[in-house]
Design a binder for this molecule. Structure first.
Ligand code: SF4
Ligand code: SF4
Length: 414
């Protein structure tokens, strides 16, 4: 690893974290764990994985929430999500990739090509998927294992996905030499569901008129979920939940103002990227719900825990992941319905669609979402951007006008 460049990367990320998440006032004390975990993702967490591997444990890199953690963990394989969210490394990706592709891919591989990715040598394989053109062509180039995610949701697509999930089980079993058993899979299904449940509980507090946790902090919790040991993460979330309960009883909000209440929809914000949340909340709006893969798409659906045989459990896992409403599906009516449902449940005043530059599926699907929101009389704003903070002030100007539009709409008689 290039230690000098790695220090620069960590300093860049830490400075941004101080300026955004840590600069906010009135945060729950339990967020301290998540702040430390942010820094530890390039330090102590790497050591933990090193120790795990030194004892003979296997690990794989992943890039998308379609790769089923339950099966990997049941085979004794630790999944390490590798998506980058930092702007610092993006230009280093030019060594292999064109500039006009999604910043998430450029950030991830920029770390690899600048020799600053601490996880580079901590894996026995990498599993990609076919969710977008940029990713699937990158996997070709890099020779990764690929799960085929279908693009439609018909019966034949479901059958294909089920067979891919079974093939994934064979892949991790071969890697570790450990056979997935009924009892082990039962245990990991319950564990990963528990991680989803604590995330559901934390995010339910955001439905309240005075949320005891901000959108920026809720995003940080979701980002840490992907990197942390599952048990350690659940324990930290339980502590946060007790504190949020007590803040609600005492009437403590994370915000010094009320509304407008925003649903942030669109592409994920991997660790290191908080720009759009920061732009919205520092412009006087409250991000009270996240629709993305670093939001409810990650924790909304549970795996059915009722099957007691291996085939039944494998099918339940495959079905749960098949229900993910990524924009790679066509048509993607479930996503529209889910967004409208969230608008009602979280008393949303406006929707901001945050889309990473060059992500064509989400960018084009934004039109469909816009249309559905217009029919429901919900204002929406589309933001296409990358991870750099260069356009922050321009974004804030647009966001402030969006806030004013919402306020004037609310002031009109019903
Ligand atoms: S947006 Fe789609 S491709 Fe990206 S992580 Fe989510 S499910 Fe995977
Ligand atoms: S945000 Fe869009 S373009 Fe970028 S990796 Fe995900 S699906 Fe692909």
């Amino acid at each position: 690893m290039n230690l000098e460049l790695h220090d620069q990367l960590v300093a860049y990320n830490d400075a941004l974290h101080e300026r955004t998440c840590r600069a906010a006032r009135n945060r729950p004390a339990a967020m301290e764990f998540f702040d430390r975990a942010f820094h530890a993702s390039h330090a102590e967490r790497v050591e933990e994985i090193l120790e795990y591997r030194a004892k003979g444990g296997k690990s794989i890199g992943t890039f998308c929430i379609y790769v089923p953690d339950e099966i990997a963990l049941a085979a004794g394989v630790l999944p390490i999500p590798l998506c980058g969210g930092s702007h610092w490394p993006v230009d280093y990706a030019d060594k292999m990739f064109p500039r006009d592709i999604c910043p998430l891919i450029r950030s991830t591989f920029g770390m690899v090509f600048s020799n600053t990715c601490p996880y580079r040598r901590l894996k026995d394989g990498v599993v990609g998927e076919t969710t977008c053109d940029a990713k699937k062509k990158a996997w070709d180039l890099l020779g990764f294992e690929v799960m085929e995610v279908p693009q439609k949701k018909n019966e034949m697509d479901r059958a294909l996905w089920h067979s891919e999930v079974r093939r994934f089980r064979e892949y991790v079993e071969k890697l570790s030499g450990v056979t997935v058993t009924v009892s082990k899979l039962k245990e990991t299904i319950a564990l990963v569901n528990k991680r989803r449940r604590v995330l559901q509980q934390i995010n339910a507090f955001r439905r309240l008129p005075d949320p005891p946790i901000s959108g920026l902090d809720a995003l940080l919790v979701s980002q840490i979920a992907l990197n942390q040991d599952v048990q350690v993460f659940i324990a930290a979330c339980e502590e946060l939940i007790s504190e949020l309960e007590s803040r609600v009883k005492q009437g403590i909000s994370s915000y010094e103002w009320r509304g407008p209440r925003i649903l942030l929809a669109g592409t994920p914000s991997p660790m290191g990227n908080v720009k759009v949340h920061y732009a919205l909340e520092s412009s006087g709006l409250q991000v009270v719900a996240d629709e993305s893969c670093t939001g409810m798409r990650y924790y909304r659906d549970l795996v059915d825990e009722s099957p007691d045989d291996l085939d039944g459990m494998m099918a339940a896992i495959a079905d749960r992941y098949f229900s993910i409403d990524c924009a790679c599906f066509s048509p993607n009516t479930e996503r529209v319905q889910n967004i409208l449902k969230t608008v009602r449940e979280y008393d949303i005043d406006g929707v901001a669609q945050s889309i990473l530059a060059f992500c064509h599926t989400y960018n084009i699907e934004a039109k469909v979402i816009d249309k559905a929101l217009a029919s429901a009389n919900v204002p929406s704003l589309k933001i296409v951007t990358d991870f750099s903070f260069e356009d922050l002030e321009q974004l804030k100007v647009r966001i402030e006008s969006f806030g004013e539009l919402i306020q004037s709409k609310k002031a009109q008689p019903a």
